[in-house]
Design a protein around this ligand. Structure first.
Ligand code: SF4
Ligand code: SF4
Length: 286
């Protein structure tokens, strides 16, 4: 029997509770005649086979399941709500978009570890189609940024402006550059992460927003600065030869960049912004 998901159950540990069979979205698991977890033939990974969701591994109270080479002992334990909820509240309240960064790289092992954790984001149909283009060094980002700014100036001299903002916004941006921050496009971020995914497959357009948000929160939790920015991708749309340097496939959707780095300015307390109750609409049905 094919088992390309490499589903393995430790029959000594399995107590036949059936939880894994209930959570498996692919309906691949069942209890055999001995009430031990077993799998039907699995010859496909993805939507029509094993979703690679790891729900079975995660739900088993006895740690009896391995899947796709993953062992239960290597999983993080569930967060204690009594500790995790207030900590997450603090992270959410202290998530301030960073617009000034130190000229310093976040160590690459931290950067790529955060990106790898985006493998568990909620995503449409669990297709897991997102890819990540990374410029992980501040000097490389400076070079790329210069290319973009130089080309933007050339285009502006020809009267060509990004579709999202015309000449007025361009002029405003130039003014803000001297008043607010020197790099309006990339917020001075020393490292850039650009999530992208194929158009017309899965729910990539939405998944990208989720990925950016979760990366942003990971940065906040680690005391790093981050900025989710859309401005540069609109600018890059006017300069395909420079966008091509990012090596993002033509058929990929890439509307957002996450800038990452150490914040120049440290905030001392969280925002108290909450959703206006008037904007929360509770429904009841007879
Ligand atoms: S969840 Fe674990 S213990 Fe329960 S049936 Fe599945 S393998 Fe056995
Ligand atoms: S990884 Fe998901 S789809 Fe695959 S067997 Fe486990 S629960 Fe089912």
């Amino acid at each position: 029997m094919k088992n390309i998901a490499n589903f393995q159950v430790d029959k000594e540990k399995c107590i036949g509770c059936g939880l894994c069979t209930k959570v498996c979205p692919g309906q691949l698991l069942y209890l055999d005649e001995d009430r031990k977890a077993a799998t039907v033939e699995v010859d496909t990974l993805g939507w029509n086979g094993c979703w690679r969701c790891e729900h079975c591994l995660a739900v088993c109270p006895k740690g009896a399941i391995q899947i796709l080479g993953k062992k239960p002992d290597d999983s993080l334990p569930p967060a204690d709500p009594a500790q995790a909820a207030p900590m997450l509240d603090a992270v959410l309240a202290n998530r301030h978009p960073c617009r000034r960064y130190l000229d310093k790289n976040v160590p690459k092992e931290i950067l790529y570890d955060m990106i790898s954790r985006l493998g568990n984001i909620p995503n449409g149909g669990n297709h897991m189609l997102l890819e990540y283009t990374v410029i992980d060094d501040k000097e490389q980002v400076k070079r790329f940024r210069k290319l973009v700014y130089d080309r933007m100036e050339e285009l502006a001299a020809q009267g060509v402006y990004p579709a999202e903002f015309g000449e007025k916004v361009y002029r405003d941006m130039k003014r803000w550059t001297s008043l607010v921050r020197p790099d309006m496009l990339f917020c001075g971020a020393p490292q850039l992460v650009i999530p992208h995914g194929p158009r017309g497959r899965g729910e990539c357009e939405l998944d990208l927003v989720v990925a950016c948000t979760q990366l942003d929160l990971q940065c906040a939790a680690r005391g790093l600065g981050s900025s989710i920015i859309s401005f540069p991708m609109g600018v890059l749309a006017t300069m395909p030869e420079i966008r091509a340097l990012l090596q993002i496939p033509e058929n990929h959707y890439a509307p957002l960049i996450v800038g990452v780095g150490y914040p120049e300015i440290r905030y001392r307390r969280g925002s108290q912004r909450r959703v206006d109750p008037a904007k929360i609409h509770t429904l009841t049905f007879e």
